[in-house]
Design a protein. Structure first.
Length: 351
């Protein structure tokens, strides 16, 4: 690192040169000149003044690190959420929203934890599920209730009554959605005759409600299901911003440190560059794959509560990619610690 006095003197010299070369009456650089100065300054700061892409890679690194740390911060902030509705709270809501249905205590299943995988809290025993294909089962829990058999009222009437009761109770009710459950077996096919389930979403305070009605009815089939859960806690948003900024700054600094450390003629600069490319691929590919699907999903149906940030990043579905990328990054940073071949100035003894 050059002394601060030297860098200040060089900056003043550069400024004087720019002022001398500027047209008469102009004391400020143009936008293009400013961008050029910033770009070259960052390239020099990152230790690769001749590289045309080093700033871009540094930005990619900072962004993905910021996203991952923001996701981690939001998961921690979710711990500020109140517990899921218990059996008594759920029974009161159901009695108000669905007066024609009588839910016995055994038909209401309260959530025992905030997040779960296959209904169980995350533990060491479920790590294999996260890493090897079943990470999508890790999700926010809900207090559920259902009815089986044959309904006492037509389902369209049940949906209409529930929607009106929700509005009267101060709930924010979203437009109902209808999904084709079975599709057409082949032509000819009349879409009007295809059974469709009905889903109704609502939100009040920190509670969300989802009501599902299924048209196919048998003695042992479910025709009605309700789930109650919590909205996103207020602490999640500031946690995401702070965590994201800290992570981005950390990613930028680590990239800059490794970039300066592995300048030519560093003996492992090529392996470090390869490991960096592997890391970026393992971290960015799930994001680029998942985000379009999440956008389409959120536009396709109402969401009183958006999916958490880590699901937008493909986690924990692609958690194996994340872990492998972290291992690749740590190995690259470890190699960057090796001493460089750069010739060090030697003192000449005087007599």
């Amino acid at each position: 690192m050059l002394p601060r006095a030297y860098r200040r003197a060089r900056g003043e010299e550069l400024l004087a040169t720019l002022l001398e070369a500027a047209p008469p009456g102009r004391a400020r650089p143009t936008a293009r000149e400013a961008a050029n100065l910033i770009g070259h300054g960052l390239r020099a700061r990152l230790g690769r003044p001749r590289s045309r892409s080093v700033v871009t890679w540094a930005v990619f690194t900072a962004v993905i690190c910021g996203l991952f740390t923001a996701a981690l911060a939001t998961r921690l902030a979710w711990e500020t959420s109140p517990p899921m509705p218990d059996r008594a709270e759920a029974a009161a809501i159901l009695a108000d929203v669905l007066p024609g249905q009588q839910f016995a205590p055994g038909e209401i299943y309260p959530a025992e934890t905030l997040f779960a995988i296959y209904g169980e809290p995350l533990s060491l025993n479920s790590v294999n599920d996260l890493l090897f294909g079943d990470g999508g089962e890790y999700a926010l829990t809900a207090t559920g209730a259902s009815r089986t058999g044959f309904p006492s009222l037509p389902l369209d009437q049940t949906a209409a009554v529930a929607e009106q009761r929700l509005r009267d109770g101060g709930w924010t009710v979203y437009p109902a959605t209808h999904n084709d459950m079975y599709g057409c077996a082949g032509p000819p096919c009349d879409p009007a005759t295809i059974p469709q389930d009905t889903r109704l979403f609502a939100k009040r305070g920190n509670t969300t409600l989802e009501l599902e009605l299924y048209p196919q009815q048998h003695a042992d089939s479910t025709y009605l299901a309700v789930s109650l859960s919590r909205t996103t806690p207020a602490a999640v948003w500031p946690a995401a911003v702070v965590g994201g900024l800290l992570g981005a700054a950390m990613g930028w600094l680590l990239f800059g440190w490794a970039s300066r450390r592995t300048q030519a003629p560093h003996p492992v600069r090529v392996p470090v560059n390869v490991l960096f490319g592997v890391t970026m691929g393992l971290w960015w590919l799930p994001v680029l794959f998942t985000v379009p699907f999440m956008v389409e999903h959120h536009l396709g149906e109402p969401h009183p509560r958006w999916h958490p940030l880590w699901e937008w990043l493909g986690q924990p579905v692609f958690s194996l990619f994340l872990v492998a990328g972290c291992a690749s990054a740590l190995l690259g940073l470890a190699l960057a610690l090796l001493p460089s071949r750069r010739t060090q100035p030697q003192r000449v003894a005087t007599t």
